[in-house]
Write a protein that binds this ligand. Structure first.
Ligand code: ZN
Length: 418
């Protein structure tokens, strides 16, 4: 009896579906929007240059043509970029978009939108936010994904730290744990807190402070299991930078903190920074390289705080072949001269850390994407997102030419300064 009813139900369902498709005329599929960036200098995966055209359909690169014949795409909108340079959109791997507390709603929205707009017009098409209010970040992540505002794509983290840290920072507030900012103790159910962070829309767990080597391993393992990245500070005492690298986190932030890992004590920025032990440093950096841990050095922030050792450590890391991303950890609206923090981070890498212009461009694009754990961007190739930065002059010749932007394309949408 029961089986029969199910069969009848299936029959009704099938006739509904089939009948539906037969009685309704098939709709013509909307023609996809095609745009051609014609005749520019295009950077390949390794920042070699080739003259050609990029064919964009909606939000994706669907073809690269190294010929003058564009007859394959007769209906495309053509943008002539002769003598201009096209690179993948820039990636800042360390921002904090939503950390200013107690703003009015109006001010909070304006602060967020001014930052995002400044980024996109500077060629930045993706950012990794290393902790802030996830409700605000989720909202703007979605707004950006829908291209409702001039904004880079946003990926963000949940911050996990031990009680020592949170007791200190919350001394004068009534703040409590949230899924995106969590006190971790020995009795915390890591599976549940990682799942809660995932529910808050994060792409990675930021391993922040006051955690043991054993606990970091546990968090990394669980994050991976649930499809999330692990983004750690270099110094998370009691765990040392070596413990962090051993746990195979995806990236480690703040090169200047690595020096503290070679002394026995805790990290205290108010005290004299321990001297770098070069043998221990090389050992750590080679471990990072072997475990494919990306260094997010944040030297602009470090230099602004007179922590100049960060540059030495970054330079050596680069020499030894550690992958390095470009994160600023510096607010985009704080610059008195309205300059762009990412350009300053990039300049430090070329001027003081031994990077060639080509090296730093790879760091600011391909390695940036890798450190976020996304494969759909970071280089110009068929099938990748149309996240591009078109520049008037060649950044390989002079890295300052990054400031000479012509247009940014994010997810196929074009942004040009007046
Ligand atoms: Zn930070």
């Amino acid at each position: 009896m029961k089986k029969k009813r199910v069969l009848i139900l299936w029959f009704v369902l099938l006739t509904t579906i089939v009948g539906h498709s037969q009685s309704k005329p098939t709709q013509a599929k909307l023609k996809p929007k095609l745009t051609i960036l014609k005749n520019g200098f295009i950077f390949d995966d390794n920042f070699g240059l080739k003259t050609g055209s990029i064919i964009i359909e909606d939000n994706q690169i669907i073809d690269l043509l190294y010929t003058n014949d564009l007859s394959k795409y007769p209906e495309a909108t053509i943008i002539d970029i002769t003598r201009k340079f096209v690179m993948p959109g820039l990636i800042d791997t360390h921002v904090h978009l939503a950390t200013v507390p107690n703003l009015t709603r109006e001010k909070s929205n304006k602060y967020m939108e001014d930052q995002l707009s400044k980024m996109i017009y500077a060629g930045i098409t993706t950012v990794r936010d290393m902790t802030g209010n996830a409700i605000i970040l989720a909202d703007y992540k979605q707004v950006s994904a829908l291209n409702q505002l001039p904004a880079p794509s946003i990926f963000y983290a949940a911050q996990f730290a031990g009680p020592d840290y949170f007791n200190l920072v919350r001394k004068h507030t009534t703040e409590k744990d949230t899924p995106w900012q969590r006190t971790i103790t020995d009795t915390t159910n890591i599976k549940i807190v990682v799942a809660a962070a995932k529910g808050a829309g994060v792409s990675g767990i930021k391993i922040y402070n006051d955690l043991s080597a054993r606990m970091i391993k546990k968090i990394v393992k669980e994050a991976k299991k649930q499809g999330l990245q692990s983004w750690s500070h270099a110094a998370v005492f009691p765990a040392t930078p070596t413990d962090v690298a051993n746990a195979k986190v995806n990236s480690m932030s703040h090169a200047f903190d690595i020096a503290y890992g070679f002394s026995s004590g805790k990290m205290d920025h108010s005290k004299k920074i321990p001297a770098i032990d070069t043998i221990k440093m090389d050992k750590l950096l080679l471990l990072m390289k072997a475990n494919n841990v990306i260094l997010d050095p944040t030297n602009y922030l470090a230099n602004n705080n007179k922590l100049f050792d960060g540059m030495k450590i970054t330079k050596r890391a680069h020499e030894l072949g550690v992958k390095i991303s470009t994160g600023t950890d510096w607010p985009y609206l704080f610059e008195k001269d309205n300059s762009v923090p990412l350009f300053k981070e990039i300049k430090i890498l070329t001027d003081s850390c031994g990077f060639t212009n080509k090296d730093v461009l790879i760091s600011a694009t391909r390695i940036g994407a890798e450190s976020i754990g996304v494969q759909d961007r970071g280089s110009i190739a068929i099938g990748k997102r149309a996240d591009l930065y078109v520049i008037n002059s060649n950044p390989l010749q002079n890295i300052e030419n990054l400031k000479d932007g012509f247009m940014t394309i994010k997810s196929g949408i074009i942004y040009t300064k007046e």
